[in-house]
Write a protein that binds this ligand. Structure first.
Ligand SMILES: Nc1ncnc2c1ncn2[C@@H]1O[C@H](COP(=O)(O)OP(=O)(O)O)[C@@H](O)[C@H]1O
Ligand SMILES: [Mg+2]
Length: 259
């Protein structure tokens, strides 16, 4: 079930380095939110705090709150493994397990979470997840073949199928199309548009046309200089960010004057 995320005054550190400072943002359920901004401004770092992946990096820590439907993900006793099953992540490079079959790739996240599942339930879940990732028709006759035999765009949709098989509330994507050709990119964008019927989606993209095409809301992050923390500069409806931004820095960025 799609859930909302509310972030209150979040600071994100790599040891002593403050990489992202003072972010507050409200992400609505069943919507697509795009994070844009120049390289190094902390988009990926901030995204990883939303499912507690940041802290797997030594020295990685946060101050502030991230609430999932009101529950603090960083509260005492919260298990980060559970958080990561509620808030799934898709990465820049498709990362299926290369020797594993397509079917087992879809089930990999479910099995990692230790869920026991009967064969018939597994088959149904594989089909549902692959259909949900717009990949079923392309792979239904080769489910037992390795995932590495698929094209890059298909592999990325396989990774999305693996993510949705776990039945998350939120899907985070970090530049999911940056390694893909234009046709595969459009397939992923179509899929994102469908995913928002069931999930809350957050996507980092360096491609502003993509942000304009797929997102309802856009967050512009910026950095004042090397060694300075990234900050959220402006967050609004995507149409407003691209046509009528409030901040000059946003306007300069979306009009291509820097970054
Ligand atoms: N593993 C890491 N250890 C230390 N610093 C890091 C690490 N990953 C990223 N950073 C730093 O954090 C800042 C934000 O990086 P990143 O989140 O990757 O930006 P973006 O995704 O916007 O390009 C940069 O200064 C980067 O060098
Ligand atoms: Mg990044």
């Amino acid at each position: 079930m799609a859930k909302r995320i509310d972030v209150n005054d979040l600071n994100v550190y790599y040891s002593k380095f403050l990489a992202v400072e003072g972010v507050s943002i409200n992400i609505e359920p069943k919507s697509v939110t795009a994070f844009i901004g120049p390289s190094g401004c902390g988009k990926s770092t901030f995204l990883r705090t939303l499912n507690r992946m940041h802290e797997v990096i030594p020295g990685g820590r946060v101050e502030g709150e991230v609430l999932l439907d009101g529950d603090d993900l960083y509260g005492p006793g919260v298990d980060p493994v559970t958080v990561r099953s509620q808030i799934g992540m898709v990465f820049q490079r498709p990362n299926p397990f290369p020797t594993m079959s397509i079917k087992d790739n879809v089930l990999a996240g479910v099995k990692l979470n230790g869920q026991k599942i009967s064969k018939s339930d597994a088959d149904a879940l594989v089909e549902k997840s692959l259909r949900g990732a717009n990949l079923w028709n392309e792979v239904k006759d080769r489910l037992d073949k390795p995932g590495s035999g698929l094209s890059g765009g298909q592999q990325q949709r396989l990774c999305i199928a693996r993510t949705i098989a776990v039945k998350p509330d939120v899907i985070l994507m970090d530049e999911p199309c940056s390694a893909l050709d234009p046709i595969s990119t459009l397939a992923i964008e179509d899929l994102i548009n469908e995913l928002k019927n069931d999930y809350t989606v957050v996507i980092v993209t360096h491609n502003m046309q993509q942000a304009a095409r797929v997102s309802d809301k856009t967050a512009f992050f910026n950095i004042a200089g090397t060694g300075k923390p990234g900050k959220l500069i402006e967050f609004n409806d995507t149409a407003a960010i691209f046509s009528n931004p409030e901040q000059k820095a946003t306007e300069d960025y979306v009009s291509g004057r820097f970054g």
